[in-house]
Write a new protein. Structure first.
Length: 104
């Protein structure tokens, strides 16, 4: 099991909408993430900067490479693009973070 962390950028004033959409996460997206081997997935918000920090466990990090090809993932990205920074393909602009400390 590998733990991954990353950051994304939420547009100003979109905190409640971001939370609402995730509180109503589509069952088919949840199933896809779990089928990909993702577990213990959390997203935190720095309210001063609107930076989102994601942390997840994944069985095989290379499995993440398959997510952009799934129609439900593309649909979710299109759904989220109006409230966060995104790339040309609507995927969130995401920066991997390097782990420098962990206490189990």
């Amino acid at each position: 099991m590998k733990r991954l962390a990353f950051k994304m950028k939420l547009h100003a004033g979109q905190t409640e909408e971001y939370k609402r959409r995730h509180d109503q996460l589509w069952p088919e997206l949840e199933a896809l993430l779990k089928q990909t081997g993702i577990s213990d997935y959390s997203i935190f918000l720095d309210e001063e900067t609107n930076d989102l920090f994601g942390v997840m466990n994944i069985n095989d990090p290379k499995a993440m490479d398959t997510l952009p090809d799934h129609p439900v993932m593309k649909k979710w990205w299109a759904y989220m693009k109006d409230i966060m920074d995104t790339n040309q393909d609507n995927s969130p602009v995401s920066v991997s973070l390097k782990e420098v400390f962990y206490l189990e």
